[in-house]
Design a protein around this ligand. Structure first.
Ligand code: ATP
Ligand code: MN
Length: 454
């Protein structure tokens, strides 16, 4: 039986923000992560999911793509699966005191037999990470000592691990992380009421907690934000441009269809997100492309907008009909609540396509639904065409248009969240049902969108 006893007795969870964790059911896809850990000695923690925990090794020099390198890997106590999301500082005096940065993540696949007690003399495996890929071997020497070796294959790796010095999740350096843990939050007016129930600090804490899940959907994407400096009751601004420079936020000049230049901006790391919240931006609406490839969207989005009087069952049926069409086109789709009246269905695009192509694809799908079920759906944006129907909004797949980001709160009553959910939860969760508290609780579960960008 897997156990976290060793892990838990070594740590005092009153002092460290590391998760206490528990043994969970292992998923179908085994996960792995690498954490850069600047403790008494600098090293990389290499962790492979097995039996509901993370088998863990400390690798002083870190993994190497050079097939001639044999990297010593010292097996340490099993860590909880939730440890793979931990990034931050472990305070002085605590076990492992120092800074931890998420260096890589992904899934792994053994290609030789694994014993539950991990007492094999060696094993081979494939890593499908963002930075580590391809075939690898671990050889057991004696006691806790193993060697990690790259096998020959055709994956192209980096030369020097030290040059890749930013978090795979939050895009910050070790120095950023240790400074942040000392100085955050620098929040002005933290007790200001945004609604009768929630303060600015509640919202700030919320975004800090969900950032690890949210950032892949907003970092390096042009954004619009909705600001509410005086709360829900005050004036609310939709902003696409930036006046001042802030850490973690960058401007770009963009030429539009009419050949006019206009400035947009984007967030580059977690500080950008938090400084937006400091400036009272509470809703985040990114583009569906990243600045690295602005002219090719990497996401298709369908927004189901029901006629106001439509029953929720009909709306859910619409979401299912849309999914069945996407399934038949071999397009894997993901579901989230809008935090408002509807649901959003997103499709990650693996193949490069232009905005024109993406827009046409989305339009074809909406038109197909309309033709197949003319009494249920319309692809026409006009409200008077929507009576008793659902508008399948495909128009968002246009360059310069935005949609609310996963995990963004909505500036509506109770501040609901646009929440990623499992397909099997569609019938159980209303579009505006997930609040910040519920969203935070859900972070303990397996991420229903885990393989979105895989
Ligand atoms: P619902 O489920 O209630 O329809 P939603 O997120 O699908 O929620 P809206 O909140 O109405 O829909 O947003 C519609 C679109 O308009 C989104 O693409 C959003 O990014 C954009 N948007 C929102 N507010 C503004 C605004 N003030 N100015 C311009 N665009 C906006
Ligand atoms: Mn909508």
């Amino acid at each position: 039986m897997a156990s976290l006893k060793k892990y838990q007795t070594k740590r005092n969870f009153k002092n460290t923000k590391e998760p206490k964790g528990k043994v969970v059911k292992s998923s179908y896809q085994l996960r792995f992560c690498v954490q850069h850990h600047l403790a008494r000695k600098d090293h990389y923690d290499f962790r492979l999911e097995w039996n509901g925990t993370l088998k863990s090794w400390a690798i002083p020099k870190g993994p190497s793509y050079n097939t001639l390198d044999r990297r010593l890997a010292i097996m340490v106590e099993d860590h909880p699966l939730s440890y793979r999301n931990f990034e931050g500082t472990i305070p002085n005096g605590e076990y492992g005191a120092g800074t931890v940065m998420l260096w890589d993540e992904g899934t792994w696949l053994p290609t030789t037999k694994i014993n539950n007690s991990f007492n094999m003399s060696s094993f081979k495996f494939i890593l499908k990470g963002k930075r580590l890929k391809g075939l690898w071997t671990m050889i057991h020497l004696e006691d806790n000592n193993w060697l990690l070796i790259k096998e020959k294959d055709d994956t192209k790796g980096f030369k020097n691990i030290n040059r890749i010095n930013k978090s795979i999740k939050t895009n910050r350096t070790m120095t950023d992380i240790s400074k942040a843990s000392a100085s955050m939050p620098k929040l002005t007016n933290p007790m200001k009421k945004i609604t009768s129930k929630y303060t600015k600090k509640d919202i700030f804490n919320y975004y800090e907690k969900v950032s690890i899940r949210m950032l892949p959907f907003i970092l390096n994407r042009l954004i619009s934000v909705i600001r509410a400096p005086e709360g829900l009751k005050g004036e609310i601004f939709f902003k696409k441009h930036l006046e001042n420079n802030h850490k973690g936020i960058k401007k770009i000049n963009l030429s539009l269809e009419n050949n006019k230049l206009t400035d947009y901006y984007y967030i580059t790391n977690i500080y950008g997100l938090l400084s937006e919240v400091q400036m009272n931006s509470f809703e985040f609406h990114p583009w569906s492309s990243t600045i690295n490839n602005l002219e090719h969207p990497d996401i298709l989005i369908f927004d189901l907008d029901p006629d106001e009087k439509l029953e929720i069952n009909k709306l859910r049926e619409g979401v299912k009909d849309l999914k069945s069409i996407l399934d038949s086109l071999n397009l894997k789709s993901y579901l989230k609540t809008s935090g408002g009246k509807g649901y959003h269905v997103l499709v990650p695009l693996k193949t490069k396509m232009t905005w024109a192509k993406a827009r046409q694809t989305a339009k074809n799908i909406a038109t197909l639904m309309e033709e197949k079920w003319p009494t249920k759906y319309t692809s026409n944006i006009r409200k008077d065409k929507r009576k008793g129907k659902i508008f399948i909004d495909w128009i968002r797949n246009t360059r310069t248009s935005t949609s609310v980001a996963p995990y963004s709160i909505r500036l509506r009553k109770n501040l609901p969240v646009s929440m990623p959910i499992k397909w099997s939860e569609l019938d159980k969760i209303k579009p505006n049902e997930i609040t910040m508290e519920k969203a935070i609780k859900r972070l303990n579960r397996i991420d229903p969108w885990e393989d979105f960008f895989a």
